[in-house]
Design a protein around this ligand. Structure first.
Ligand code: NAG
Ligand code: NAG
Ligand code: NAG
Ligand code: NAG
Ligand code: NAG
Length: 560
């Protein structure tokens, strides 16, 4: 079934056969993989809550971070100092991974320092197995300006991170002590957070605001049932239409959202929001039920004057989804994995959780949803505190799930350490390959790569090149996830591809990315590149203006 049917979407949502998709178990994560990010071509990081009950240990105590080797499927403990429970993160323009925010110091003697002001750095790791690569986590030395549990982050046009919202204290369900402000890393404004009326309006269901860096440098945000355009340079918020039909899509009513693939020449941004709940945010949590159906609505908006006037266009999924993870594939498709069909996020706070201290959600979504339908089914429930990320190989890495306060192997929806791959059909087909890809590409430039295209692929097959940020997965939000289509010309002998880099640092915020080659339905493994100079943020504007878009300050007029 095809959910999206606008003319612009047809080229993006090309059809793949449902056959050939598969779930494969691949090792264990050692800690609950509630946050996941790819930090090198061979390594992912999983982050969890500080506690004393994970199988992986470090320095004589339970670990709450692991470095997962994508080649051997082994998890190694990572020495995390502060509590990363329900944090966010992203990569900077110089390739450093930053983990942001977290939870207070754990009770009952468990290890872990206060984590709510957490700013943890994992510098680019060049050893394939992670040897010698460590996390810098020193709260007295480096920390946020404000305490933040459940914040969002996004890499912006100058390569820094914008850090949005969250709450100050641990609450069980709603945001009752909000951090209604925005700050940056490295800091701007002398480190003073900017107050956000949008965040104030969207309390108490505005956790993990879904935040997207648009190709003109502005930021689009969805929280609760509202949306806003934020101009970082002018420091202005412009209210945009509410999500239709009473749908709320941020924590504790998590839907998921993504910026759809951006195409030259105009890179017109569109955002898709799927799932969440249709309920008043004034309902006491004990009056909600784990059996309440989740929203089956997908809402899509084109962020041009014209598109905003048209407002959200509504589509229906076959079944509602709470806390899905929405991911982009290198062929431009959108897939939803993980989550549940009924109930809410969090643990033990609705009137009838699945057990006294258990999941607020029920009816696990075992079958992913692709816009073309027909996917396999896993037997592993990935409820609250699970994650999913695209890998450099082009498949999806799934980890985590623990809708329980502690590690619990005996309950309904037990703590999950098994890691899975969800393999799209192209993983099993002959694959094109990219060779001699430069390690660094400047904006608005052309570069050549060698390609190896299997003889079996039809000569007439279309050739498309995707540049992707694989994102940081936490709580149905994939910080900085992005796909930009690059113009590319294949040589007559089909051995060389001349690729045009993104026109400027607003279309692709400077930093690491992966290039994938699509030849018809075949997809190459991704090759890592540094887009831009690789300098530490903030970096200056680079490249050329796109017609109809202003680069510095001014108002955007990216009309169709
Ligand atoms: C969004 O939520 C607010 C507060 O609950 C409500 O007043 C408003 O009507 C909602 N908007 C829509 C379009 O349902
Ligand atoms: C919540 O449930 C309680 C007990 O059943 C009931 O008295 C109360 O009116 C309900 N409140 C709302 C807002 O539904
Ligand atoms: C539920 O969680 C609370 C808070 O952690 C704890 O005190 C209590 O013992 C737990 N109850 C059960 C039945 O596990
Ligand atoms: C595990 O879950 C069961 C309920 O399914 C509960 O009785 C038990 O106390 C839990 N154990 C821990 C360690 O929370
Ligand atoms: C990247 O930039 C950040 C912010 O300035 C800095 O803390 C980090 O050490 C830098 N990493 C590298 C590899 O230069």
């Amino acid at each position: 079934m095809k959910l999206i049917h606008s003319a612009a979407a047809l080229s993006v949502f090309s059809c793949v056969a449902a056959a050939g998709w598969e779930f494969v178990e691949k090792g264990t994560s050692g800690v609950v993989g509630m946050e996941a990010i790819i930090v090198s071509p061979t390594l992912a990081i999983f982050l969890d809550r500080a506690g004393n009950d994970n199988p992986l240990t470090i320095n004589g105590h339970s670990a709450w971070g692991s470095l997962f080797d994508l080649e051997t499927n082994q998890a190694m403990p990572l020495d995390v100092v502060s509590n990363t429970f329900c944090a966010s993160g992203a990569l900077l323009s110089n390739g450093t991974m930053v983990s942001v925010g977290g939870h207070p110091r754990p009770a009952n003697g468990a290890p872990g320092e206060e984590g709510r002001m957490g700013l943890r750095l994992f510098e680019p790791c060049n050893t394939p197995d992670g040897a010698g690569c460590t996390l810098f986590d020193s709260p007295p030395v480096l920390h946020l300006a404000e305490t933040r549990w459940y914040p969002s982050t996004v890499r912006i046009f100058d390569g820094s991170l914008m850090i949005v919202g969250g709450m100050h204290v641990a609450t069980f369900f709603y945001n009752t002590d909000p951090a209604n402000s925005i700050e940056f890393f490295p800091s701007k404004d002398g480190g003073v957070p900017r107050q956000s009326p949008f965040l104030a309006r969207t309390v108490p269901a505005n956790l993990f605001p879904r935040t997207f860096a648009l190709p003109d440098g502005k930021v689009f945000m969805v929280a609760n049932n509202q949306s806003v355009m934020y101009d970082i340079e002018a420091k202005t918020e412009t209210m945009l239409p509410d999500l239709p039909n009473g749908v709320r899509a941020t924590n504790p009513f998590d839907g998921s959202a993504t910026l759809l693939p951006l195409s030259p020449p105009l890179y017109i941004p569109e955002v898709l929001v799927c799932g969440g709940a249709i309920v008043s945010d004034q309902t006491p949590s004990v009056n909600l039920s784990s059996q309440d159906p989740a929203s089956d609505q997908c809402s899509r908006i084109t962020l041009t004057h014209e598109g905003i006037r048209r407002g959200w266009v509504v589509e229906k999924m076959p079944k509602g989804r709470m806390m899905p993870e929405m991911l982009l594939l290198p062929n431009g498709q959108v897939i939803l994995v993980n989550g549940a069909h009924t109930g809410y996020t969090a643990i033990g706070s609705v009137g009838d959780p699945v057990w006294f201290n258990g999941s607020n959600a029920d009816d696990p979504a075992f079958t992913p949803l692709l816009y073309t339908g027909g996917l396999p089914t896993t037997h592993i429930a990935r409820m609250y505190h699970s994650s999913a990320t695209l890998t450099p190989a082009g498949n999806i890495l799934l980890a985590g799930s623990n809708p329980n306060l502690m590690v619990n192997h005996t309950t309904i929806f037990p703590t999950e350490y098994r890691v899975e791959h969800l393999n799209p059909p192209y993983m099993l087909l002959p694959r094109p390959e990219l060779r001699n890809v430069p390690t660094r590409i400047a904006f608005d430039s052309k570069f050549s790569v060698q390609v190896n295209i299997p003889e079996s692929l039809p000569r007439a097959a279309s050739v498309k090149v995707a540049l992707m940020d694989l994102g940081f997965s936490s709580h149905s939000y994939h910080s900085s996830s992005r796909l930009v289509w690059l113009e590319a010309q294949l040589s007559r002998d089909r051995r060389t591809l001349e690729i045009s880099s993104p026109p400027n640092n607003r279309v692709y915020p400077p930093g690491p990315g992966y290039i994938f080659l699509n030849v018809g339905d075949a997809v190459s493994p991704g090759s890592r590149v540094m887009v831009g100079s690789g300098a530490a943020p903030p970096v200056a504007d680079q490249g050329r203006n796109i017609q109809g878009m202003t680069m510095q300050g001014g108002t955007s007029s990216n009309k169709m």
